[in-house]
Design a protein around this ligand. Structure first.
Ligand SMILES: Nc1ncnc2c1ncn2[C@@H]1O[C@H](COP(=O)(O)OP(=O)(O)OP(=O)(O)O)[C@@H](O)[C@H]1O
Ligand SMILES: [Mg+2]
Length: 503
């Protein structure tokens, strides 16, 4: 098969950071090519080079038989490359259809925008792709998953020959992912090529035809997916044999520190839950199941509509600051929208929650903060050089670790983690879960909302499954099993006329 893309001997440094050294990448026509590597391996950088976003120091690109050494964004777009960035990039102040046609607006011969036609084409595009979004809605009103879908649709609309998807599924539910994969497979048959980046191994083995692995900015391996295994690929990524360790162990739990009593809010109702000191509880369910909204309500981001939340025996009914004062912390889902403050440095992004809490103290001790930063950086293995560098100079997974650090830094007793391992590589995921267990051992209480059931099994004492805003089932650690949890998430249990195992 012909190659649509060849990137040869690509080298790139950012100041003193060598992001890529002499790497290559070949993508065949009509294939889905997985680009793999740990956080900071250089994947997004290579894609930024390919699309003219950042210049390369050395190397060359051959795309669709043309050679490029200093490609520009316009040139690569015109050549037929579309890029779905790692971070959601839609414009909130525009309508959905305006985002689809951004920089490609249809005008009539008097240069007047053909609004009706653009709306109709957007409708047709959504219809074809099975996406249920109103073209006239403001983007700011969309849910995160809808924004991610919109971004993907915008690239599909460009009719590209090569489509780059840099972690396209971090904000999507499992149904949305399988729907997306259906679309990709169809487009692949029609001849479109894809570069697909993801840290979710099962996804890669489901969708990709071939793969390339980088480690620390170097090329490591490449080949057909059918000739490797998740185990082998992980070893290529991290450089040593990867052994999945079972870190979970039962612990003695303390008194009840968190109590939800018939709690109702946006998208969920009548949730009763008691969590003990030192306990790890996971929430899971399909998109719209209410678990994320519940977590946001437990931190004052969304209002309580009914019932109450008690932390350490005290009812809390206020906004975020109230919860923070009562030693609750929350890492929100969707980093770019809810966490990253782009104009600030790594250190500032990390310290901001702590500053809010200690705002009555007049002085900020820079040296102490740096010490704390170094500690957390070491603990979470954050790949960063200078604490004063902008947060955006870190790779996606390393930014995520900074936000984890930000909340650990507040010394809260109750940690609410919504989708905490988004964009985090396999090895780092395991490390984060190990840390969560250590925190629990020290008496912290941790709630995690995630779709990844194998991860739940790894750390949690209990798993609460939500279905349409209500608790469908609570599993004890030994009972957690992917199939059974899925049954309750999808309400298949009811459909099958009750669960025969009595679980
Ligand atoms: N604008 C920049 N300024 C300085 N350093 C940068 C910049 N962009 C990337 N880097 C550095 O280049 C290296 C590679 O980063 P890159 O974003 O390509 O990693 P990645 O493989 O996409 O990782 P992830 O899986 O976490 O997204 C990292 O060390 C990162 O800090
Ligand atoms: Mg990246």
């Amino acid at each position: 098969m012909n190659n649509i893309l060849e990137m040869r001997n690509i080298t790139k440094a950012f100041g003193g950071v060598q992001a890529l050294t002499n790497v290559h990448l070949e993508v065949a026509e009509g294939e889905i090519h997985a680009l793999m590597g740990e956080n900071g391996a250089g994947k997004s950088t290579l894609m930024n080079i390919l699309t003219g976003v950042v210049p390369m120091d050395a190397g060359k690109i051959v795309f669709d038989k043309k050679t490029y050494v200093h490609p520009t964004i316009r040139q690569m777009e015109a050549a037929g490359i579309a890029f779905v960035h790692q971070e959601i990039n839609v414009i909130n102040d525009l309508m959905v259809y305006e985002n689809i046609f951004l920089n490609r607006e249809i005008q009539n011969k008097w240069h007047v925008l053909e609004k009706k036609r653009m709306i109709r084409e957007t409708e047709e595009l959504f219809e074809r792709l099975g996406v249920k979004i109103d073209p006239m809605q403001m983007v700011s009103e969309l849910k995160t998953s809808e924004k991610q879908l919109l971004e993907i649709c915008r690239s599909l609309h460009a009719n590209a020959k090569l489509l780059i998807l840099d972690e396209p599924t971090t904000a999507l539910s499992n149904e949305e992912i399988s729907h997306l994969f259906g679309i990709l497979k169809k487009m692949k048959q029609e001849g479109t090529s894809f570069i697909f980046i993801s840290h979710k191994m099962p996804e890669i083995f489901e969708i990709a035809d071939r793969y390339t692995v980088f480690r620390n900015g170097w090329f490591v391996s490449s080949g057909p997916i059918s000739e490797t295994t998740p185990q082998k690929m992980t070893t290529d990524m991290i450089g040593v044999e990867y052994a999945e360790k079972d870190v979970y162990h039962p612990r003695k739990l303390g008194d009840i520190v968190l109590r939800l009593n018939r709690l109702s809010g946006h998208g969920f109702s009548d949730v009763d839950l008691e969590v003990r000191k030192g306990e790890i509880v996971a929430f899971t369910g399909l998109a719209g199941c209410g678990a994320s909204e519940l977590m946001q309500t437990m931190f004052g981001v969304l209002p309580i509509e009914n019932g109450f939340v008690e932390v350490a025996g005290k009812r809390i009914n206020g906004r975020i600051y109230q919860f923070m004062r009562n030693r609750v912390a929350m890492l929100p889902s969707n980093r770019k929208e809810n966490s990253v403050i782009p104009d600030m440095t790594i250190l500032e992004n990390m310290q901001i929650a702590e500053h809010r809490l200690s705002r009555k103290k007049p002085v900020i001790f820079r040296r102490e903060e740096e010490k704390k930063y170094e500690e957390l950086k070491e603990m979470l293995h954050i790949k960063a050089e200078d604490p004063d560098a902008p947060i955006n100079s870190l790779s996606g997974g390393n930014q995520q670790k900074v936000f984890l650090a930000k909340w650990l830094n507040t010394d809260a007793d109750v940690l609410l983690f919504d989708n905490p391992t988004q964009g985090v590589d396999v090895g780092a995921k395991a490390e984060i879960y190990q840390l969560i267990l250590e925190f629990a051992e020290e008496g912290k209480t941790v709630l995690i909302n995630t779709l990844e059931i194998p991860e739940i099994k790894k750390v949690s004492d209990r798993c609460v499954v939500f279905y349409e805003g209500r608790v469908a089932k609570v599993f004890e650690h030994e009972e957690i099993d992917e199939k059974t949890v899925m049954m309750y998430s999808t309400n298949a249990v009811k459909a099958a006329g009750g669960n025969k195992n009595g679980k």
